[in-house]
Design a protein around this ligand. Structure first.
Ligand code: AMP
Length: 389
């Protein structure tokens, strides 16, 4: 990785600032955590730091409070949940900077969770004064929040200028290890599966991955922009007309590597359980809502041969059965392949869960936006800012 790891730091007796990702989904006016997955994902780094003699200042954002205090986006429930998981006390600070925080700073073996960083507009503005205040809370810095590594904020970039050493946490290292493994000199054949709603969201990813992989399979609504660009009918399917030229150019330059669906599950309306049929050519009054069985076979065959698989985005409207079949079938194919597989994006992750194959995937990324930027070949500011090894 070329950057310091938490394992390179001398933590004994030090106060360590860990930028974690506790941006958890909340219900009941911010009282109840509906998934503690992100909190659990930070535990290995927290336990490592405690075992090596550090006192911990943990910091995160939660939601979009837009620079104002909003009790519904307080990190208090996260302190309580983390304390239950670790079976040790986790103190909760009333703010993230200022005298109320400095009065509570942890001794070795203790944990203090700061209040939501984004209650201060200076966090997202990457304000130097605020960055300096955050840095004054610690001796050393670790970033374990891969999900925000694509943002240059005070807690992910700014404060690093004011600390002697900044290292990657264990989760951050794992993310970077797998994403690098599949994009830098991957075992071949290497394939990518890209789906989801919009070509525009993933154009940079397509342009970067097409140079890396041996096959790129496209599904989801994205496919219809490519199909239309070839002059074929797409009926009422979702399409981005302003991306037709780009799609045409990509097919011209890389048509030998790109696979498009050869059949489609179509319906007259986008509704759960809508009457549907499988077609090769989409009728004018129908819309494509999933890849068809021949496409599942075609893509599964490529997946079975692959040694490296990158997957982002569903193959159809998978949240509305029966239009989830293509996505679930590919999840099973990826799991059965035995290849190194890296999956990003919340929808693909849900599909993997509902196919019951989570344990057969090498790595499911915790950061949707950050993993897409990485796959697009963009340097993540939160990684670039860490201290070189
Ligand atoms: P994204 O956030 O770009 O990964 O897109 C995910 C969304 O794409 C999901 O909500 C899917 O329902 C949607 N999607 C996938 N395939 C289609 C399709 N054929 N028509 C409309 N929406 C789709």
């Amino acid at each position: 990785m070329g950057k310091l790891s938490i394992q390179d730091l001398d933590l004994q007796g030090k106060r360590l600032f860990i930028r974690v990702d506790f941006n958890v989904p909340l219900a009941n006016g911010g009282q109840e955590i509906t998934s503690d997955k992100r909190i659990k994902a930070s535990v290995p780094t927290i336990e490592y730091a405690l075992e090596h003699g550090a006192g911990l200042v943990l910091a995160s954002h939660l939601g979009r409070p837009k620079g104002k205090v909003n009790p519904e986006m307080s990190l208090k429930p996260c302190a309580a949940r983390l304390s239950e998981i670790l079976k040790r006390p986790v103190a909760m600070a009333p703010d993230c900077v200022g005298p109320s925080v400095t009065a509570m700073l942890p001794k070795p073996g203790e944990i203090l969770l700061l209040e939501n960083l984004r209650f201060h507009p200076e966090e997202e503005a990457n304000d130097p004064g605020f960055s300096k205040e955050l840095a004054s809370l610690c001796d050393l810095y670790v970033n374990d929040a891969f999900g925000t590594a694509h943002r240059a904020h005070a807690s992910t970039v700014g404060m690093i200028a004011f600390v002697p050493q900044a290292a990657a946490g264990l989760l951050m290292e794992k993310e970077l290890k797998y994403l690098s493994m599949v994009t830098q000199n991957p075992q071949r054949p290497a394939v990518a599966i890209l789906g989801g709603a919009k070509v525009s969201d993933k154009m940079d990813v397509i342009e970067n991955l097409i140079r890396i992989v041996d096959r790129l399979m496209i599904g989801g609504a994205m496919a219809y922009t490519f199909i239309k660009s070839k002059g074929e009918p797409i009926g009422k399917s979702l399409v981005e007309d302003d991306k037709l030229d780009l799609a045409r150019q990509l097919m011209k330059d890389h048509g030998d590597k790109i696979l498009l669906p050869v059949d489609h599950v179509v319906a007259a309306e986008l509704k759960e359980g809508a009457a549907n049929e499988v077609v090769e050519t989409i009728p004018a009054d129908q819309m494509g809502l999933d890849i068809g069985p021949a496409t599942i076979d075609l893509y599964s065959h490529e997946i079975a041969k692959a040694k490296t698989i990158i997957w982002n985005g569903p193959m159809g409207v998978f949240e509305k059965p029966p239009f989830d079949k293509g996505t679930v079938a590919l999840a099973k194919a990826v799991a059965a392949s035995g290849a190194i597989s890296v999956v990003g994006g919340g929808d693909s992750e849900k599909a993997i869960k509902s196919a019951g194959v989570s344990d057969k995937i090498s790595h499911v990324s915790t950061g949707g936006g950050a993993s897409l930027e990485f796959l697009a070949g963009i340097e993540l500011p939160g990684v670039a800012a860490l201290t070189d090894k």
